[in-house]
Design a protein around this ligand. Sequence first.
Ligand code: ZN
Length: 249
Amino acid sequence: MSEPIRQLADLIRRSENTVFFGGAGVSTESGIPDFRSASGLYKARQAYGYPPETLLSRTFFKRRPELFFRYYRENLIARDAKPNAAHLALARMEARGLLRAVVTQNIDGLHQAAGSQNVLELHGSNWRQYCLGCGARYDLDYILRPENWQKGIPLCEACGGTVRPDVVLYEEQLDEDVLAAAALAIAGAQLLIVGGTSLAVYPAAGLLRWFRGENLVLINKTETSYDSQAQLVIHDSIGKVLGEAAAGL
Ligand code: ZN
């Protein structure tokens, strides 16, 4: 185990309230591409004619639902993705009383798949769908069945309304309860581990301002603008770092 990872394990052991805040980098190690990355941006423009921020906006969803759903289905759903070492390590930490909450910007449900219980999903989840007509709830498998689609749009079997993912689109507000719970968790943390995010995207930076604890740890493959404020910075794979740190607890 390298010295920084030993330090991280030490901080986790000594902390009475640890919270993890994660971004897209946590999921990319499960093979889920980051649509905000340079290649994701390029692909969206090439194949769909628009950048992801447009394709995944509320306006676009209303005006061009067929193209919205095509992009969503082809790029944001990873039904067969499996939790990686980072997800598993966090679930193990929580089970052992060493982690209070996971705050995530990801919508893939991989923390729950790994066994994490207290997961605050800032951007919602692919695993939940709801009808805009009658509010009926559906799971992910419902919208993966072709017979539930008509003219490129998944429809409610009860009322025929459009079934949309329970995820936060651009131009939409985050769920207030989830946001408040995330802020509360971060405000109460003694140790905050931030991983797989450059902290450039809203609401990550805003949420970090709530942190009043002792130790901030940043784990990211590249530098972030918060590196100078952290007690410990590790530029490496999040799965490797958390996997090794949790194994040493
Ligand atoms: Zn309905």
